[in-house]
Write a protein that binds this ligand. Sequence first.
Ligand SMILES: Nc1ncnc2c1ncn2[C@@H]1O[C@H](COP(=O)(O)OP(=O)(O)O)[C@@H](O)[C@H]1O
Ligand SMILES: Cc1ncc(COP(=O)(O)OP(=O)(O)O)c(N)n1
Length: 284
Amino acid sequence: MQKVLTIAGSDSGGGAGIQADLKTMTVNQVYGAAILTAITAQNTLGVQGVKVLAPEVVNSQLESVLRDIDFAALKTGMLANARITALVADKVKKYNLKNLVVDPVMVATSGDLLLKENALDIYKRELFPQAEIITPNLTEAKILAGFEPTTVVPGEILAEKLINFGSKYVLIKGGHFEQSDQSTELAKNSTSKTFPAQAVDLLYDGCSIKRFTAPYLESAYNTHGTGCSLSAAIASYLARDYSVPAAVGAAKKFITGALKHSFKAGAGSRVLNHFWELEYDKVK
Ligand SMILES: Nc1ncnc2c1ncn2[C@@H]1O[C@H](COP(=O)(O)OP(=O)(O)O)[C@@H](O)[C@H]1O
Ligand SMILES: Cc1ncc(COP(=O)(O)OP(=O)(O)O)c(N)n1
């Protein structure tokens, strides 16, 4: 059994954050451990409150598990601020951690901010250079590359800018496409005015681009926790010794199934069904 660590925030509604990561890891057959960075009061309608933990508390959790457990991969989600981001980067270096997946979580689907802006520099200088893969969504990719979120930028240009921060791979996710992005590479198969035909994620290693496509599921528009679960699945497959492109392909298949079987847990956005491949679901 391979061990995988998530360093992320808690989503009390169970759709994203640590809760989504641990469900993803369990169903993808790795042992998941979790370091909390923040506690959010959150449901399917949005984020009602955030309590970021003191760096000392994050530090003691990290020291406890890293001294004891040998992790085959790890992922970061909500790191909340510059001090926690720097602390995590230090631990990755100190413990020589491999297969680091960085999901640079900045904003929830609801629009609530989950990262202080001054953390961006630390991400770029200290965390990305140690990452096997970084997994920004389109908006996060634009912010990291220095563009306004509303600017239309081809995926190739974003990927080229982001790989220069030093990660081995960049995956730009196309799930939360915007109307203004309809003309770009990430949504070029668009047949409707509102939704693209394909959800296209773009993987770049500094040499060549590989696209991972799946049908865009209109019914699953705005489903919560997709980015968290995708990065947790990538970390799980890396731990199981998949190559990066193979891990991304397997994670994309997993997330597409979980989106297809997504459901309403509350009054707001849909949530993923992480367990869609299990037998009891097929019997229903
Ligand atoms: N409605 C959808 N239909 C198909 N795939 C989707 C849909 N929404 C998101 N995805 C996929 O989910 C994964 C997470 O992407 P995204 O939702 O953009 O990330 P984030 O949650 O970080 O904003 C990607 O593989 C993306 O293509
Ligand atoms: C505690 C917490 N962490 C991360 C998120 C954002 O989740 P993510 O899967 O990246 O994005 P959405 O699919 O929800 O847009 C969150 N909401 N809470």
